[in-house]
Design a protein around this ligand. Structure first.
Ligand code: GAP
Length: 441
């Protein structure tokens, strides 16, 4: 099996309409990417999977969708204006810019190869700012949120006062976040515009360590349900120098991307830092009243923070395989979990004539109610299977002459390439149970 490289993934994404460079016809914009027809399906499915896991499968987590732009004081209170920066250095020779903590400052410049050319590290705030309203002065400055979490914190009181939630409970949110990253590279791994899936879990002070352990385990187990290879996931504990300004303890879940082990998700014990700060800056009480004990306290928070767009890259990297077949042939196959695959079922008539295509159309129309389907009648059947393998379609249904007589079709499975005959009347049920029971060999 040949190695999965980022180049291969980028090439497949472009070729098959998963991800395109932003504003490509203008020469592209670094740090931004557009999700094509298949990419948006994949991203939405990953988002929906997370949303279901967090809100539907927990009876104590509710959802929220806060605005991207927030009152500028939010970012003062949260510490992002003072602390949300990366150290940056420039090479005086070739003007390349680097994160000072990502390179060896004693070594030669990785771009031009010259030594002793780096500037002193400078702190660079990662927040994008703009102006709200027609007047561009200091009073109109607003920021594009660098994390979705603050939208949750500032709505803590709204949620406790309007919904019947009791501590411990969580608020989940998915949405865009923006960071003016010093260096953007590795495709959609680190971008200036990206999406996060965050959940803030509010607990009684003193209970945070127990909940931190719970969420650490729960979040790594979740990737199993997505069908991700367990061996490519591990924890990384933050040392004192790595901890964000709000965290008392933090673990990353790392994934082995084609360029190496990198952060996929963070689990952070944020204490009462954020709610206390908002209480201090607004003068508005952020305490929770325990209905059983009548105790009043500012809750502690355990956060789970995953990148949605980074998860897309994880799913693509984990799914990609160049498989050698018998007879010296090879195929590119994306082993997406069937619940994530952009197209679930392809319907392929073996021939167009004698009513076979009509029957295939009928079957495809029927299946549309339950699955994302794709109809393809052009080219040799082997070529059509390969096209579907490359976009990770788990089930191909072939309609042939026999189908007209005995009302059965061939179902071909993407991973094993095995084929079985299934009655047309049982197709939807069969596919549903295959999705439910799927496990990657
Ligand atoms: N609220 C906490 C927080 O934002 P973070 O570790 O800075 O924590 C959480 O970010 C997750 O967001 C990361 O694990 C990563 O998946 C994603 N993420 C962060 N910066 C990103 C970027 N520039 N591009 C893509 N994803 C990013």
């Amino acid at each position: 099996m040949s190695k999965v490289t980022m180049e291969k993934i980028v090439s497949l994404c472009k070729r098959r309409g998963f991800v395109y460079q932003s504003s490509e016809i203008y020469g592209g914009l670094s740090g931004a990417w557009d999700y094509g027809p298949l990419g948006v399906e994949l991203k939405n499915r990953i988002r929906d999977f997370w949303w279901k896991e967090m809100t539907q499968l927990h009876d104590n987590i509710v959802g929220l969708d806060a605005a991207i732009m927030m009152h500028p004081k939010v970012w003062e209170a949260s510490g992002h204006i003072a602390n949300f920066s990366d150290p940056m250095v420039d090479c005086r020779k070739c003007n390349s810019r680097f994160r000072a903590d990502h390179i060896n400052l004693e070594a030669a410049c990785p771009v031009c190869g010259n030594k002793d050319t780096f500037t002193e590290p400078r702190e660079f705030n990662l927040m994008f700012s703009t102006h709200l309203g027609p007047v561009k002065d200091e009073a109109s400055v607003v920021y594009l949120r660098p994390e979705t979490a603050q939208g949750i914190f500032v709505n803590f009181k709204n949620v406790t006062q309007t919904c019947r939630v009791k501590i411990p409970f969580g608020i989940a949110q998915v949405g865009k976040a923006f960071r003016n990253e010093v260096t953007t590279k590795n495709f959609i791994f680190r971008t200036c515009e990206f999406e996060q899936m965050e959940m803030q879990f509010f607990v009684k002070p003193g209970d945070e360590d127990e909940w931190f352990s719970y969420w650490k385990q729960s979040r790594i187990d979740y990737y199993d349900t997505l069908g991700i290879n367990k061996e490519k996931l591990r924890f990384h504990e933050h040392g004192p120098k790595e901890l964000a300004h709000y965290a008392k303890e933090a673990f990353d879940i790392e994934f082995e991307f084609p360029m190496g082990w990198q952060e996929l998700e963070g689990i952070h014990s944020r204490t009462d830092f954020d709610l206390n700060k908002h209480q201090e800056f607004t003068g508005k009480d952020q305490k929770y009243m325990d209905p059983q004990t009548n105790e009043r306290y500012v809750p502690y928070v355990v956060e789970t923070s995953a990148g949605l767009t980074r998860s897309v890259l994880m799913v693509l990297s984990d799914a990609y395989e160049e498989e050698e077949l018998e007879g010296g042939d090879t195929r590119v196959v994306m082993h997406f979990h069937p619940a994530l695959a952009p197209v679930t079922v392809a319907v392929l008539p073996l021939v167009k004539k004698d009513g076979i295509a009509d029957l295939a159309h009928e079957i495809e129309k029927e299946l549309r109610n339950d699955f994302t389907t794709f109809y393809d009648q052009s080219g040799a059947i082997g070529r059509r299977y390969r096209r579907m393998d490359e976009i990770g379609t788990p089930f191909c249904i072939t309609v042939d002459y026999e189908s007209k007589d005995d009302k059965t079709v061939t179902v071909r499975f993407r991973d094993s390439m095995k084929q079985i005959r299934v009655p047309i009347a049982e197709l939807a049920q069969r596919i549903r149970s295959e999705i439910k029971e799927y496990s990657r060999a």
